[in-house]
Write a protein that binds this ligand. Structure first.
Ligand SMILES: [Fe+2]
Ligand SMILES: [Fe+2]
Length: 368
């Protein structure tokens, strides 16, 4: 079915064109790759998987409660609107919210694919081009999986959020080759990864859990790539050049914290924008969620060497500075473990079912 039949709101033109600025770069040195980057490229090739097969798409999803989201986590909870809602209305609201959230994941994955392809084109070193080519494929697979989830299991899609679109546009229009890394690998992916993780760890629904766990297993490589490339490059930049990057990060972080809230969902339920914004501001649950969204970005920014005074002050204002001390390596290792454990559990369950089937066949054969 065309996605255009599933949009909850008018998504506008079917094509968005962002004019490109920088240069396409070729390198004629084929044999001087950095060992760590080439090892990551090898891992990127080894760990490709197919979402059509690895994910159990037969699992049913209730579109009116796709994630098992508790009432308290919905921004309308406790308001006068909530009191007037029937169970059916609440189910509708859950459907819209999940659709909005996973639609932003989907559009973000397409953005990641385009940015990874841009990096292939513009980055000067061949080892980074090779790696980014594997990431381009990873992101294509992710976009495919979120599309299938939204089409087949939710049946509703939201257009790309204006603020996500503007951050993507800024990232892609910039002619400096490190900006797609900074805008996409560090900011947008960092934010997405934190959101994926919170849902993966709280949902009791098996299908979204599989999707998120497996996608996150790939994202661990993407973040490692951004860190390696930028850490090396930012060591060579002047203070003024570093400050420019920090400004970009500060602006992007405020934008994502304050503006990416899905108020258009509530507008679809007849609630005026100002009131919708107030609800999302007041919700304690959402305040915590917004803070945790930075758990992957802050340590990454610190790690690549963008840790100037103004940036630190911005993180103090947002109440997320201390997240700079958490270990990204540990978080990434956990992401891989979660996916591997899930595979092991599913394999063991299939094995048990197979053994039970054989035993039953044997018992029936004996009885005959
Ligand atoms: Fe992705
Ligand atoms: Fe990614």
């Amino acid at each position: 079915m065309p996605t255009y039949d599933l949009y909850a709101m008018d998504p506008g033109d079917p094509l968005w064109q962002v004019p490109a600025n920088g240069a396409a770069r070729f390198s004629w040195e084929y044999d001087e790759g950095r060992d760590r980057l080439l090892a990551l490229y090898q891992k990127g090739k080894d760990k490709q998987w197919d979402g059509q097969r690895r994910i159990d798409w037969d699992l049913e999803v209730d579109p009116y409660d796709p994630l098992g989201t508790p009432d308290e986590s919905l921004s309308l909870y406790g308001t006068r609107h909530w009191a007037a809602m029937t169970d059916r209305d609440k189910g509708e609201l859950r459907k819209h919210y999940t659709s909005w959230q996973f639609s932003q994941f989907l559009h973000g994955e397409q953005g990641a694919m385009v940015c990874a392809a841009r990096i292939v084109e513009s980055v000067p070193d061949l080892d980074a081009k090779f790696y980014s080519a594997t990431q381009t494929m990873d992101e294509a697979r992710h976009a495919e999986i979120y599309t299938r989830f939204l089409h087949d299991k939710i049946g509703m899609v939201y257009p790309v959020d204006d603020n996500l679109r503007s951050l993507l546009g800024d990232t892609l229009r910039d002619s400096r080759w490190d900006m797609p890394y900074l805008g996409m690998q560090v900011l947008i992916e960092g934010l997405a990864l934190a959101a994926f993780g919170m849902i993966r760890d709280t949902t009791d629904k098996p299908l979204p859990k599989q999707i998120l766990a497996y996608v996150m297993q790939d994202e661990a490589r993407h973040v490692a790539f951004g860190r390696m490339a930028l850490r090396d490059y930012y060591k060579q930049l002047t203070d003024a050049e570093l400050r420019e990057r920090e400004e970009f990060v500060i602006e992007g972080c405020y934008l994502m914290r304050d503006r990416l809230r899905g108020v258009e969902v509530l507008e679809n339920f007849g609630i005026p924008r100002a009131e919708a914004e107030e609800y999302s501001e007041q919700s304690e649950f959402l305040a915590l969620f917004r803070k945790l969204l930075f758990s992957r970005i802050v340590p990454c920014v610190k790690d690549i060497g963008l840790w100037g005074k103004r940036l630190q002050q911005a993180y103090v204002d947002m109440g997320v500075l201390e997240m700079g001390d958490s270990s990204l390596d540990l978080l990434m290792a956990q992401d891989e473990e979660v996916a591997e454990k899930l595979d092991a559990e599913r394999f063991a369950a299939e094995e048990r079912a197979r053994v039970a089937e054989v035993e039953q066949a044997v018992a029936e054969g004996g009885a005959a």
